[in-house]
Design a protein around this ligand. Structure first.
Ligand code: UDP
Ligand code: MG
Length: 324
């Protein structure tokens, strides 16, 4: 029997919200009346998340637990879950109930009835997010759309339904640190959107500190746009023109005999050019770092444990015993 739906849930230290999440997700999935699996990806949690997952798993056979060896980040955790998923459809959803599980049924319906491969969950109301989060998110989406030219839906995070062929296409990409909300639109599969209200986190705290948001932004920019490199070129060109003018000016001054003059302008020029050079070096460094990482080809996550393997072993054992 093939699975209809895989629900991929990244979790990092989510012990507070996990019971609430299971309580709300399970009825929605049971009501679908189709075979499903929930792939809970424990992203190296240091709290009771893995213990709770094993406990829930005993009563919920469709729950499958994947544990990553170390905390690898939201995007890597989703990739790990998608890579392990087996359903004809896969939906990715956060564990903190900010994405309402009830919308999954609607996404599946839209995916099938409109015959599309991807259904994006689009946040129509973000009033529960902080003003800082809202404005930084807006900046992120508009900048990325302009820089990369990708027609990514505004305010679509990682709550998304994908067909098996989309998941396979994403997983076949060799790219590391892939930012799925941008990778998926670039693949160009037919898509639709479903609006939803982004609720407040049901319990626990956000696992996305500013440092992780910055990493996501850097990965997005360097992964999808060469515009910063072009900025560097423009800076270089402008710098070159200014330097040429300065040279003419200096020669002219020398010809007039005013050679010792302008300490301030010298300092300004040295500091200004130094700054621009450092900035351009930094931009180059970001891209070189990305090339370096992809050259090393180290996986961005390691799966330490998959409960499916355990279950299969147990099934085999039972089968053998039945035969004896
Ligand atoms: N998450 C994860 N690894 C991380 C950080 C977050 O798997 O390193 C998970 C987290 O458990 C949650 C989802 O990613 O299910 C979104 O994180 P969070 O709700 O903290 O982000 P926010 O909604 O505040 O942007
Ligand atoms: Mg959240």
């Amino acid at each position: 029997m093939s699975l209809c739906l895989s629900v991929v849930v990244p979790m990092y230290n989510e012990q507070d919200v996990l019971p609430l999440f299971v309580e709300r997700l399970r009825p929605v999935l049971d009501e679908l009346g189709e075979p499903y699996e929930v792939v809970a990806v424990d992203d190296g949690s240091a709290d009771q998340t893995p213990v709770l997952l094993q406990r829930f798993k005993r009563e919920w056979p469709q729950l499958r637990v994947l544990r990553l060896r170390a905390n690898s980040g939201h995007q890597a955790a989703i990739s790990a879950g998608l890579g392990a998923s087996r359903g004809q459809w896969a939906v990715t959803i956060d564990a903190d109930l900010q994405d309402p599980p009830e919308v999954i049924a609607e996404m599946l319906h839209v995916g099938r009835s409109q015959n599309v491969d991807v259904v994006y969950g689009v946040r129509t109301d973000r009033s529960t997010d902080t003003a800082f989060k809202r404005s930084t998110a807006r900046l992120f989406y508009t900048t990325m759309r302009r820089l990369s030219g990708i027609d990514a839906p505004m305010d679509a995070g990682d709550f998304r339904l994908m067909s098996r062929s989309t998941v396979d296409a994403v997983m076949a990409l060799p790219e590391h640190n892939r930012v799925l909300r941008l990778v998926v639109p670039t693949l160009g599969f037919p898509s639709a959107t479903v609006g939803y209200r982004r609720d407040e986190r049901a319990a626990g705290e956000s696992k996305y500190p500013l440092s992780k948001m910055l990493k996501l932004t850097l990965d997005s920019v360097t992964g999808f746009s060469q515009a910063p490199l072009r900025f560097a070129t423009w800076f270089g060109l402008i710098g070159f023109t200014v330097a040429a003018l300065m040279l003419l000016f200096a020669l002219w001054q020398k010809a007039r005999g005013n050679v010792v003059q302008g300490w301030t302008s010298t300092v300004l020029i040295v500091a200004g050019f130094g700054g621009v050079q450092l900035l351009c070096l930094g931009i180059l460094g970001e891209y070189v770092g990305r090339i370096y990482a992809s050259q090393q080809a180290r996986p961005s996550y390691y799966v330490a444990y998959d409960s499916l393997a355990d279950d299969r072993r147990a099934d085999e054992r039972d089968g053998n015993q039945a035969r004896i």
